[in-house]
Write a protein that binds this ligand. Structure first.
Ligand SMILES: C[S@@+](CC[C@H](N)C(=O)[O-])C[C@H]1O[C@@H](n2cnc3c(N)ncnc32)[C@H](O)[C@@H]1O
Length: 227
């Protein structure tokens, strides 16, 4: 899982997300033309979450996945973890009735016992972690046997993906004063492993492949892996 050349030190990434937090949802909606919400919703639907499941969303950001899980599975017990205070602040504002537990924490060092969760989810997070191998090991460790890991991020580096890069550059220039975070997004996306390489990395950590689903002609990909 080699993703070098970009500064992904935890402090740099944390600061970057703290800075962009207040506009994160708006820009995500515009840049994906709303598609990210549909993709997250479909991915959670595909996950087959069991009744009363214990679910944790790592790198939860502003809480999109947590909210979808809770909406589709009101009996589930949902936790979100992120290390950016400002992203969590937005997640907490969207946490109607305080039904989701949010904690600040580093997903490469989780404060949970082995075999604690039925389902672990992570969307657009792994790409930003300096030590993604450690994060995946943590996912494996905290999952119960037969538990499921849903991972979502950018997928194939195809023609449409390159068009998306240009669209991102233009919209971030218009919408943000400081668009370095979105320059970073393009760079990190370009060096992120392909979905098949990622699945091999997950398998090396002990996971069994269950399902891969591509969206937007492969620009976004989700993988469901079983422990
Ligand atoms: C691109 S955002 C994704 C947010 C959300 N999952 C979504 O799909 O909209 C990446 C998030 O990962 C968080 N993050 C990155 N590295 C982390 C780490 N080591 N521990 C905890 N959170 C981390 C950032 O703070 C940021 O909120």
């Amino acid at each position: 899982m080699t993703q070098n050349k970009i500064d992904k030190s935890p402090q740099t990434i944390q600061t970057m997300f703290n800075i962009i937090a207040d506009k994160y949802d708006l820009i995500n909606n515009i840049m994906s033309l709303g598609a990210h919400k549909y993709i997250k919703y479909k991915s959670i639907k595909n996950l087959d979450i069991k009744p009363n499941a214990k679910v944790i969303d790592l790198c939860c950001g502003t809480g999109d996945l947590c909210n979808i899980v809770k909406k589709l599975h009101p009996d589930s017990n949902v936790t979100g973890i992120d290390f950016s205070d400002n992203m969590l602040e937005i997640a907490r504002q969207k946490n109607v009735n305080n039904k989701i537990l949010y904690f600040q924490g580093d997903v490469t060092n989780l404060p949970y016992e082995d075999n604690s969760f039925d389902t672990v989810t992570m969307a657009f997070g792994l790409r930003n972690i300096a030590n993604p191998e450690k994060a995946v090991e943590e996912v494996y460790r905290i999952l119960k046997p037969q538990g499921k890991f849903l991972h979502i991020d950018f997928g194939e580096k195809n023609c449409l993906s390159r068009i998306y890069n240009i669209f991102t550059k233009i919209t971030s220039k218009i919408l943000t004063e400081n668009n370095s975070a979105y320059e970073y997004l393009i760079q990190s996306k370009n060096i992120f492993p392909s979905p098949e390489d990622l699945i091999k990395d997950f398998e090396r950590k002990g996971f069994i492949r269950e399902k891969r689903q591509d969206y937007l002609f492969g620009v976004i990909s989700s993988q469901i892996m079983t422990k």
